[in-house]
Design a protein around this ligand. Structure first.
Ligand code: 13P
Length: 287
């Protein structure tokens, strides 16, 4: 059964570990993330961006696919189906589609507007039994070939948003989506500690999990991060394994062109990354 992410993240804060939020891109991703979480007896969050949702023909399709797969695969670990970086409209769509969790990303609005929209969505999400994440301090990434350095959120604004009753908070601490530039300064632990001091035990979310060194991940978890988002790293491993298969001419041998065979090395790549992250975050055996 799909569950809101609140309880699994509160347990993570108490137990000093984090739950991985892995983005879905297609059927292979969904199946592999679910089976890996089950194999390691770990709670898991399936993140769905608006773009990926659209690619899979809509949030309703994604919800139907995830529910049917969980039943067919006998998935018993807690799974949250979560909208990633949702607009106001997408939040409503996901509530209607039967998601168990949403993220409203109002970080690009002036703080007053972010507060007003988050307040409304907290009310509706909770009335419908969903958990809700909000964001302060935009978490950027590569735009037009330029990689931003990552903003740091204002701890006072974090407290204002946290006090609206959201279940977990994404705050920029120098993290960005996608690959980190060679001269990246690392996470700002001073910012993280200042935010934690303001918001207490509310679970914090670290976006841009790809490429953050393991020691920084462990320190972030020590300072209250309980949900870590990973997307690009699975994509990179998938692409690399698929390229190798084709470069070795395996698609030209026998029925190597069969998509089930052609995509198998990439799927193994996703499995490797998801398993590695679950162990690094410490959520294995915590289902
Ligand atoms: P990466 O693609 O950098 O792993 O970030 C994923 C993410 O934060 C999704 O919200």
């Amino acid at each position: 059964m799909l569950v809101p992410a609140t309880e699994m993240l509160q347990k993570a804060v108490e137990g000093h570990y984090a739950v991985g939020a892995f983005n879905l891109n297609n059927l292979e991703w969904t199946k592999t993330i679910l089976s890996t979480a089950q194999e390691l007896n770990s709670p898991v969050i399936l993140g769905v961006s608006e773009g990926a949702g659209k690619y899979m023909t809509g949030f309703k399709t994604v919800k139907a696919m995830v529910s049917a797969m969980m039943e067919a695969m006998n998935i018993t670990v807690p799974v949250a189906l979560h909208l990633d970086h949702g607009t106001y409209d997408a939040c409503y769509e996901c509530i209607k589609a039967g998601f168990s969790s949403i993220m409203f990303d109002g970080s690009h609005y002036p703080i007053e507007e972010n507060l007003a929209k988050t307040t409304e969505l907290v009310k509706i999400a909770h009335a419908m039994g969903l958990s809700i994440e909000a964001e302060v301090g935009a978490i950027g990434g590569e735009e037009d070939g330029v990689i931003g350095m990552g903003e740091c959120a204002d701890p006072d604004e974090c407290k204002m948003i946290s006090d609206l009753g959201i279940d977990f908070l994404a705050a920029g601490i120098g993290n960005i989506h996608g690959k980190y530039p060679a001269n990246w300064q690392g996470l700002s632990f001073d910012t993280l500690a200042a935010i934690k001091a303001k918001i207490g035990d509310k679970p914090l979310v670290l976006h841009g999990g790809t490429g953050i060194p393991a020691d920084q991940i462990r320190k972030a978890i020590d300072l209250g991060v309980a949900k870590i988002n990973v997307n690009t790293e699975c994509q990179l491993y998938f692409a690399e394994a698929t390229r190798k298969y084709i470069e070795e001419g395996k698609d030209l041998q026998g029925k190597g062109y069969d998509p089930r065979k052609l995509l198998a090395p990439g799927v193994e790549g996703i499995h490797t990354i998801v398993a590695e992250k679950i162990r690094l975050f410490g959520s294995d055996g915590k289902a």
